[in-house]
Ligand binder design. Structure first.
Ligand code: NAP
Length: 299
């Protein structure tokens, strides 16, 4: 039986989004015209979830914190109609040198700074980028409730949380938590086995898969098991699509109906990714990919 890769995704109270999202980790160094074209391309393709973070733009020299949000803010200031077409997701809670802070004082300043940089009065999905293990989840829930009550955010999510960290926050915040953002690809299968995706189904959280192409490695094959690339290429030939469509379809086929966040900054690669939605996968296909990725026959 064919596995569904193409249906729209709900995100709690937010408008439905497409199964592919446009990520902004690498959304730096563009002029506003190029940046606008990229966002228009993504939106036209149905990639209406835009995933950024306050820390995106930071370079190895420690400069650039906030730059990806500021660039998106410049685009929105010049073309305000684009705001209505997107579900805007951002993240806070990482500050190099601390490195994680989810205290009320820190996050309140971080959120206000994000809103200013983005030139918006509301972030649709505000995600805690990495868990701060030295903030009690009850305190974090109180902070996020303040953000929701003030209308500064419409829904909240977590990223890189263990299932138990997510459960602790949800125990205080309930269904205001609508998403979880793990690293997940056919080359990085931990969420399938560590409880992250099971919990997402149990609690109704939408997984947002980051580095769904393993940072581009699943396109080039660099540092990927040869057996996995051979299986990907065989399926790509059968489905008449490229490798990246097969890798993305693997993520999309999971019953949590994940959203795969694309990192490419090339319009033609965003366009090509749409082929993932027409891939026809069976269970045998996905288990063959898992075996090739893990290098072990499944029992
Ligand atoms: P990705 O889609 O796995 O990788 C994107 C990279 O792959 C880009 O450098 C892109 O280069 C390259 N690429 C894509 N297609 C290619 C092809 N056909 N041939 C060669 N190279 C190709 O995603 P990612 O950028 O690592 O992450 C995606 C998003 O996930 C980020 O933007 C961010 O929103 C989110 N993220 C979240 C976290 C977190 O902690 N929550 C961490 C990392 C990322 P080009 O630009 O040249 O196409």
């Amino acid at each position: 039986m064919k596995l569904d890769t193409s249906s729209p995704r709900s995100l709690g109270p937010l408008p439905e989004v497409g199964p592919l999202a446009f990520g902004h980790w690498r959304f730096v160094g563009h002029d506003v015209r190029t940046a606008t074209h990229l966002i228009e391309t993504a939106l036209d393709l149905g990639m209406n979830l835009i995933d950024t973070a306050d820390v995106y733009g930071l370079d190895w020299g420690g400069e650039g914190f906030g730059d990806a949000e500021s660039l998106l803010g410049s685009v929105l200031a010049a073309s305000p109609e684009l705001r209505e077409r997107m579900v805007l997701a951002s993240k806070g809670g990482i500050m190099p040198g601390i490195p994680y802070d989810s205290s009320r004082r820190y996050l309140t300043e971080a959120l206000d700074s994000s809103l200013t940089r983005l030139s918006v009065d509301r972030i649709d999905l505000y995600q805690i980028h990495r868990p701060d293990m030295f903030t009690h989840p009850e305190d974090l829930a109180a902070t996020l409730t303040e953000f929701l009550d003030a209308g500064k955010v419409a829904a909240v999510g977590v990223s890189n949380f263990t299932p138990s960290q997510t459960a602790a926050l949800v125990s205080y915040l309930g269904d205001s938590v609508v998403s979880t953002q793990p690293q997940f690809s056919v080359n990085h299968l931990e969420p399938l086995r560590d409880g992250t995706l099971d919990q997402a189904m149990q609690l109704g959280l939408r997984p947002l898969a980051w580095s769904a192409l393993a940072g581009g490695a699943l396109a080039t094959g660099h540092n990927i098991r040869t057996e996995l690339m051979l299986e990907i290429d065989a399926l790509a030939a059968r489905e008449n699509v490229d490798r990246t469509a097969i890798a993305l379809a693997f993520v999309l086929a999971h019953p949590t109906r994940p959203i795969a966040i694309l990192g490419s900054q090339k319009p033609e690669r965003l366009r090509a990714a749409i082929d993932a939605l027409s891939v026809s996968f069976t269970r045998t296909d996905v288990y063959t990919l898992i075996e090739a990725s893990e290098g072990e026959a499944l029992p």
